[in-house]
Ligand binder design. Structure first.
Ligand code: X2X
Length: 333
């Protein structure tokens, strides 16, 4: 009897300590905007694969790309993740910035001169501060991936100076900071989702757009008359792996560790796909007859100067301390 009692207590304690497997869902919904073979989707697929492998199939993730869980409205993704409409997501810092204002950091024009600068942010104290900000807003951040440095394209003419942008209608993501950047440069920005972007380029409702080189290549943006690219790398768009808080708490500690490590490993694969794909993409794009304009230092500086006020205004919104920490991390990289 005593033995049975002891066993029951032990079993009960175990039940309380580790969520029962019965609590696990058959499938967890993972939201992304871009699917494989975009580097974003490559990271997502790797995560699914590693989690399945490392949990012996106990945890199954399923990717829902094209922001379909939020009807294509990518700037609503974070809210849906927080609310539990989405279980997990690999989201763009741009798309989540309306809810997590600190993530606007990566969209400060010309903050990050190279990949080392991006890494100095994501892998340093800034990355930690941003994880805290995401957590505070209601989701559990796990790791980084990368959409890439964003380049400007248009169907009209070569853009070498802010004056060349005058009056050009540019599709931007639904983030107020982008609206401000392109307005400051004299362009005519229009916010729209990725789902609406290609149709708008096809019908020439807009003249241009901005996205990473690999996105241009894989989405075949040259087929919608985007024959001029300015390789100005004005912002980079890191991606975040994150999990809904309730879902996260339902996992055992062991499974939480597996999910996190798998996200870190998958993120590395995604980052490599983005960075490693840039030059090959450039070659292929030139092969389609696209003019890729590389700016001289002086030319680039004109764009920097024209966006300094936007940088200053948004530094206040993001948090002056965080921006300072970012500038220092980059200076010491
Ligand atoms: O909408 C875009 O431009 C994209 C696909 O790059 C993002 O989701 C930020």
């Amino acid at each position: 009897m005593k033995f049975v009692k002891a066993l029951t207590c032990a079993a009960l304690a175990a039940l309380i300590a580790t969520p029962a497997l019965a609590d696990y869902k058959k499938e967890y919904k993972v939201s992304t905007v871009l699917p494989a073979p975009f580097p974003w989707g490559v990271a997502a697929e790797k995560w699914v694969e590693l989690v399945k492998e490392r949990t012996d199939g106990r945890i199954n993730l399923k990717i829902y790309s094209g922001s379909q869980l939020v009807s294509g409205d990518q700037t609503k993704e974070f809210t849906a993740l927080r609310q539990g409409i989405i279980d997990m997501a690999i989201g763009s810092t741009i798309n989540w910035s309306p809810q997590v204002k600190e993530l606007n950091l990566f969209s400060l024009p010309f903050l990050m001169p190279d990949y080392k600068a991006v890494d100095a942010l994501t892998n340093g104290p800034v990355g930690e501060a941003l994880f805290k900000a995401v957590d505070k807003k209601g989701a559990v951040p796990l790791a980084w991936a990368e959409n890439g440095f964003r380049q400007l394209t248009n169907s009209k003419h070569e853009v070498r100076s802010p004056a060349d942008l005058k009056g050009l209608k540019i599709r931007v993501v639904g983030s107020p900071l982008y609206q401000d950047i392109f307005t400051a440069l004299g362009a005519n920005p229009t916010q729209m989702s990725w789902a609406d972007a290609k149709p708008a380029l096809t019908t020439k409702a807009v003249d241009g757009q901005e996205n990473p080189m690999t996105v241009y290549k894989i989405a075949k943006i040259h087929t919608v008359s985007q024959m001029y690219m300015t390789r100005w790398s004005y912002v980079n768009d890191p991606l975040l792996f994150a999990v809904n808080k309730r879902v996260w708490k339902s996992f055992s500690e062991e499974d939480q560790a597996i999910l996190k490590q798998a996200a870190i490993d998958a993120g590395k694969v995604g980052i490599e796909a983005s960075r490693g794909g840039d030059e090959a993409a450039a070659k292929e794009i030139i092969g389609h007859g696209v003019t890729i304009t590389e700016l001289t230092e002086d030319e680039r500086q004109k764009f920097v100067d024209a966006t300094r006020d936007v940088y200053a205004t948004w530094t206040k919104k993001i948090g002056a301390d965080l921006v300072k920490m970012a500038e220092e991390s980059i200076a010491n990289r």
